[in-house]
Design a protein around this ligand. Structure first.
Ligand code: DAH
Length: 368
């Protein structure tokens, strides 16, 4: 009977061929199967087939008992050595395949512990929001209140209450967006100053209010202009207020925004709602007014940076809002939040503040 090759399923009880040839055939078949096993599962199958209870060599081993006594020793040695070879081959392949498996696991399941975990980027508050809040905070720190008003404003509050004559050229100066229909008398507010009149009427005097807010003018968008911008307005009305109080307040605000020792200065100007009126500058925080060669790039060598307008509130404004100008007087000021943010943070182009690129804002928007 030919030796079963491969699956080794010789029927039990069948006559067993215990010739050397046959046994060597079983060994050769077993070694082939062991060598061909590509993974531990296949090796397990080969072990069952060639070294299991029903494998040809196991059956041959069992058949030895039925041999005549004189043949038993030789057959026992033959089959024993054959089984030993197969078991050795199985054990050696087992070691190899286990090593291969472990190797593969190390590669497949490798983890790079130095990889940064995916983070959800945090939102940032916009630099203009943060700047306006800081300005407002400086005012609150002096005991002032915060007031707000509508962005779509009555022409009366935006101009008339503020002593702009009907045909005053300043109305044109303000490059106004009028809201349709024109006879509705509504504009997009061109400055935060109308909230002066609103606050006087709503809250009465004495009054100390700061007004951060959005304002609109028909300007083209470029590096230094935007049709939508922001201002901080201040209005103080009380008994006995003078320009000295105005100057002191502006100095504190300048220090709050640009650091200790940064003061303000006033230059004569004209606004319909203040008399006298002034433009205000703050001390250049880079050169601090000390001449440098080449000239300071932040202030152009003047030592001062323009900030906004201010003055003593015109008596006509107080009268329009029902306040007795013989008893109460005060001062007002207004400046750009964009301009303040640009100088505070060294932002050269206004457009960057409104384009919404998160990479820009992430640089400045972290302050709480
Ligand atoms: N409203 C003015 C503007 O937008 C700025 C201004 C000037 C505000 C003088 C004031 C002030 O309160 O007193 O140009």
């Amino acid at each position: 009977m030919p030796a079963p090759d491969g699956d080794g399923s010789a029927g039990e009880g069948g006559a067993q061929d215990l010739s050397q040839e046959s046994i060597e055939g079983h060994v050769a078949a077993a070694l082939r199967a062991v060598g061909a096993a590509g993974d531990l599962d296949e090796l397990k199958q080969a072990r069952l087939a060639h070294a299991g209870d029903r494998s040809p060599l196991a059956l041959a081993n069992r058949a030895i008992g039925g041999l005549p006594g004189s043949e038993k020793a030789a057959a026992g040695k033959l089959v024993g050595q054959a089984r030993g070879k197969v078991n050795q081959a199985l054990a050696a392949r087992q070691v190899e395949l286990e090593a291969e498996r472990d190797e593969r696991i190390l590669v497949d399941e490798a983890m790079d512990l130095t990889v940064a975990p995916g983070r959800r980027p945090l939102g940032r508050r916009h630099v203009l929001t943060v700047t306006a809040e800081r300005m407002a905070d400086a005012m609150v720190g002096m005991g002032w209140e915060i007031a707000e008003g509508p962005q779509v404003e009555a022409e009366w509050f935006n101009f008339d209450a503020l002593n702009f004559d009907k045909d005053h050229p300043a109305r044109q100066m303000q490059d106004t967006f009028f809201v349709d229909p024109a006879k509705a008398g509504l504009v997009l507010r061109t400055h935060t100053s109308p909230v002066q009149a609103r606050s006087l009427i709503e809250r009465g005097v004495p009054l100390y209010v700061a007004v951060p807010g959005k304002t609109f003018r028909t300007d083209e968008l470029d590096a230094t202009h935007t049709p939508v911008f922001h201002q901080l307005e201040g209005l103080a009305i009380d008994e006995g207020l003078t320009m000295a109080h105005l100057k002191g307040t502006l100095d504190r605000l300048a220090e709050g925004m640009f650091g200790p020792g940064i003061v303000s200065r006033l230059r004569p100007a004209y606004f319909p709602f203040t008399e006298p009126s002034a433009e205000m500058d703050f001390r250049c925080f880079v050169c601090r007014g000390v001449a440098t060669d080449p000239a300071c790039r932040t202030c152009g060598g003047t030592g001062w940076i323009e900030w906004g307008g201010c003055g003593m509130v015109n008596q006509n404004v107080l009268r329009a809002c029902g306040v007795d100008p013989d008893r109460y007087q005060g001062f007002a000021f207004g400046m750009g939040v964009e301009r303040t943010a640009m100088f505070r943070h060294g932002i050269a182009d206004m457009r960057e503040m409104i384009e919404g690129d998160v990479r820009f804002n992430a640089q400045f928007g972290m302050e709480i």
